[in-house]
Write a protein of this length. Structure first.
Length: 552
């Protein structure tokens, strides 16, 4: 009987070894061991869990003889037991259903588990999983049984490593091709919707998943809005808000999350909706832009899935590509908006400049024209294309000393003093006031000069009129003063002459006095005009002379 059992051990070992050597599917090796060990060792169940480096825990690889409820518990074992296994030693535990210090004793009690033997699955001194033998009755294991199961665990490690290496090599080639394709898609269009829809479709196909969803954070509301989805129903997508799910919160903190069994994992909120959709496992990765998380991409499978490190890296990379697409789209929109604003501002500024009554021109430090308003162009009778780039002195040759040129004053760092220039247009003179202001660069040097040319002809003529009016007022005031001074002796002389004329009325002297009186009266009329005068005019007199004609 003993020989028969040893032979059965040998048969199982040979079968596992053969599978390890010829089959790249490590799942088949794990399933074979999990199903073969319970009848061979007279135990009730066997489980194999694999270490998932993305979450730092163990996920189910294969099982036989226990319920899914027991397998889906959140805590696998105590940290002390796991540390012993990590060091390469098997750990035997008895009465696990009664030990209050064990975090899973209630689940073990419900399942009826009494004894557990935990064995490390290692490859090249690296722990990649654990194998557990479970009994519903108290059971001890012989050294031979432990050695045999340790040898099988090593075969599982070899099978896992070989299978993973083969899978990862094939996956890396496939993933590299997909990354190149998605990158080409991102670089070929700025249509964000097309890029994101293409992204989730390619992720689903390449990772052989059921579907994929991509949600982006709304910066105003803080909610995750659906941006793209593939392979899932509308009812599933509309199940409710997902921000409060623990797996989402972990991803928004910047780390990927892999869940082997979504139906019992506490990090999932909508268990029933996922079951209705047929979702079993998921991988959630952050979508980042400039190291900031702006969304979540989730890969959903309809079969139990342990996501490899290569798959996690691939998903993270594609999520980053999605973030790059979003950044490109946002940058393009910002640039488009900025260009539009600049164009609007340029148009607005141009309208203002062109509606200025004064002439305006802008020169660079080489005295080349870079901008001119419509008033300046109309004055010269030229178009903007004809004058842009011309030298200042070719456009506005300075009249007189160049020291008075306001543009020279600014460019040479002197204090700017406005310059008034007189120009004759036909027979009429016109006056222009020229002033300039500097525009400095970041170093404080003059980069541009803005010159304003104001037509002050009307102001100049008003000044002339004021001067003439002032002179006229002086003449009027002088005439009034002279008339006042003349009137007193005039009236005295006139009175005396009139008295003498009455006495000498019949004599020759009386006739002369009459002439004197008449002339004195004429002078009186003249002084009366002078005291009441409001203006005067010139009229011709003898020879080249001109005299004033008084006006009331």
């Amino acid at each position: 009987m003993q020989q028969s059992r040893e032979q059965r051990f040998l048969d199982i070992f040979q079968k596992v070894t053969r599978l390890t050597s010829t089959v790249y599917d490590h799942q088949e090796v794990m399933d074979t061991i999990a199903e073969a060990l319970p009848p061979l060792l007279a135990i009730d169940a066997c489980t194999i869990r694999l270490h998932d480096s993305s979450i730092g825990s163990f996920v189910l690889g294969a099982a036989h003889g226990v319920s899914m409820e027991y397998l889906s518990r959140e805590v696998i074992d105590t940290e002390e037991t796991l540390n012993m296994v990590r060091s390469g030693h098997p750990v035997y535990s008895t009465h696990v259903d009664e030990d209050q210090y064990l975090p899973f004793h209630e689940e073990a009690s419900r399942e009826g588990i009494k004894s557990v033997l935990t064995l490390p699955i290692a490859y090249q001194d690296e722990l990649i999983g654990i194998m557990r033998l479970l009994t519903r009755n108290e059971r001890s294991f012989s050294p031979e049984e432990i050695s045999f199961t340790m040898a099988l665990a090593e075969q599982v490690g070899i099978a896992l490593s070989h299978g993973r290496m083969f899978d990862e090599m094939a996956a890396q080639l496939r993933f590299l091709h997909e990354i190149q394709e998605v990158s080409a898609l991102v670089n070929s269009t700025l249509d964000l919707a097309a890029v994101l829809n293409g992204l989730v479709e390619r992720v689903t196909r390449t990772m052989r998943a059921k579907g994929c969803t991509l949600r982006l954070l709304d910066p105003e509301s803080g909610h995750l809005a659906l941006a793209a989805a593939h392979g899932v129903s509308r009812a599933y997508l509309q199940r409710g808000e997902v921000e409060q799910e623990r797996n989402i919160q972990l991803v928004l903190a910047g780390e990927p999350v892999a869940i082997y069994d979504v139906s019992h994992d506490s990090r999932i909120e909508y268990h029933q909706q996922m079951a209705d959709e047929g979702i079993v496992s998921l991988l959630a990765v952050p979508v980042k832009v400039n190291k900031g998380v702006i969304g979540v991409m989730r890969i959903l499978t309809d079969a139990p899935r342990v996501f490899t490190e290569t798959e996690v890296r691939f998903a993270v990379t594609l999520a980053e590509v999605g973030g790059a697409a979003l950044r490109n789209a946002r940058n393009y929109k910002q640039i488009s908006d900025l260009v539009g604003q600049i164009q609007e501002h340029e148009q607005f500024l141009g309208d203002i400049l062109n509606n200025l009554r004064h002439q305006l021109l802008v020169l660079n430090r080489d005295r080349r024209l870079v901008l001119a308003n419509q008033a300046f162009l109309d004055t010269l009778g030229v178009s903007e294309e004809e004058v842009i780039g011309m030298h200042y002195f070719d456009l506005c040759p300075p009249k007189g000393d160049r020291e008075t040129c306001p543009v020279n004053q600014v460019l040479e760092g002197r204090e700017m003093v406005p310059f008034v220039q007189e120009v004759h247009v036909g027979d009429r003179p016109r006056w222009f006031e020229r002033s300039a202001s500097p525009i400095h660069d970041e170093k404080g040097q003059v980069e541009y000069v803005v010159e304003i040319i104001r037509d002050i002809s009307t102001e100049q003529m008003l000044e002339e009129e004021k001067l003439q009016s002032s002179k006229l007022q002086g003449i009027v005031e002088l005439a009034g003063t002279v008339a006042h001074e003349i009137n007193s002796p005039l009236f005295a002389a006139l009175g005396t002459a009139q008295l003498l004329a009455e006495e000498q009325e019949e004599t020759e002297l009386g006739e002369e006095l009459a002439v004197i009186i008449r002339n004195l009266k004429n002078i009186g009329e003249l002084t009366e005009k002078m005291t009441s005068m409001t203006g005067f005019s010139r009229r011709e007199y003898v020879g080249a002379r001109k005299i004033l004609s008084l006006k009331k």
